[in-house]
Design a protein around this ligand. Structure first.
Ligand SMILES: [Zn+2]
Length: 289
């Protein structure tokens, strides 16, 4: 049996997978500090199954040579030697990967990416993550730090992003971005409700989001020539509110020939996206496709 762990800023979610389906789910509150976070992950895994065969762990950040190099949503996690620490306690093979790459793997094995060799996943959540499959392989880059789609510049000199740059896609297509644009603490669901009630200010937020995603995806399509672009994460539920501007901008920025058979999809994995992605990581690492 295998376990999939989805480490988030608020919860650590875990799932036990047997043969073809999830048979148990569990979640713990995310503590702060690298050691506490890892102890909670270990506890969660062994609570799900005393003797698991493998574990896949999705992390909201960047890992380089077994160390967390960036994790803006997890306090006290940056700089932590995660691989070394977990290896002392987990007596079976485990894999760690960035959560957006896990989302792409989840689509490959369980979602719209099945049977596709070239597709791109954009996770529209607290931030914007990206996972790119090219020629059947997850594109990771020289240092395993590539695929940062959320930080493509879409408005040069625009809103300042958490990464330090200005005008990143993340500032126009994520929960954090919406809060900055509207200058208040508001949930994406509420922004969507107001847009549906035809309140101009909120409609504009989604129009800008569609435009920003159209610019970024237009460039990605020209570079990677994917079969599909898949939107995942909480804000993908508002697809109907941003799709008009998205398509218009995409058409203006991508070569027409590359758009001919391109499929645009919204993920259907729902609340299991994170854990299924982590489980998929095991399939991918054990037997790369
Ligand atoms: Zn950025």
């Amino acid at each position: 049996m295998i376990t999939g762990i989805d480490l988030g800023g608020t919860y650590i979610k875990g799932a036990l997978f047997n043969k073809k389906r999830i048979i148990k789910r569990l979640k713990f509150k995310t503590p702060s500090g690298g050691k506490n976070i890892c102890d909670a992950i270990i506890d969660l895994i062994y609570t799900l199954c005393p003797d698991p065969g493998y574990a896949g762990i999705g992390i909201p950040g960047m890992i380089y040579k077994g160390r967390v190099v960036q994790a803006p949503n997890l306090r006290g996690f940056e700089g932590f030697e995660i691989k070394k620490y977990l290896a002392k306690k987990l007596k079976f093979p485990f894999y760690i990967e960035n959560d957006a790459n896990c989302a792409a793997l989840g689509e490959k094995y369980f979602g719209h990416g099945k049977n596709l060799k070239d597709f791109i996943v954009l996770t529209l959540g607290t931030g914007v993550g990206g996972g790119i499959f090219s020629g059947g392989k997850l594109l990771r880059g020289k240092d395993f730090l590539g695929g940062e789609i959320g930080h493509i510049t879409v408005f040069p000199g625009g809103i300042k992003c958490g990464c330090g740059k200005k005008g990143c896609l993340e500032m126009y297509a994520s929960k954090q971005g919406l809060k900055k644009i509207l200058n208040r603490d508001i949930e994406p669901e509420e922004v969507a409700e107001r847009a549906k009630k035809s309140i101009k200010k909120y409609i504009k937020v989604f129009e800008t989001m569609g435009y920003a995603l159209g610019i970024a995806c237009g460039n990605l399509v020209n570079i990677f020539n994917p079969s599909a672009i898949i939107f995942s994460g909480g804000l993908s539920k508002s697809y109907d509110l941003f799709k008009k501007n998205f398509f218009k901008t995409l058409k203006n920025n991508a070569f027409p020939h590359l758009l001919k058979d391109l499929k645009i999809r919204v993920s259907e994995l729902g609340d299991d996206t994170g854990v299924l992605g982590a489980i998929s990581l095991i399939f991918y690492e054990k037997e790369p496709i």
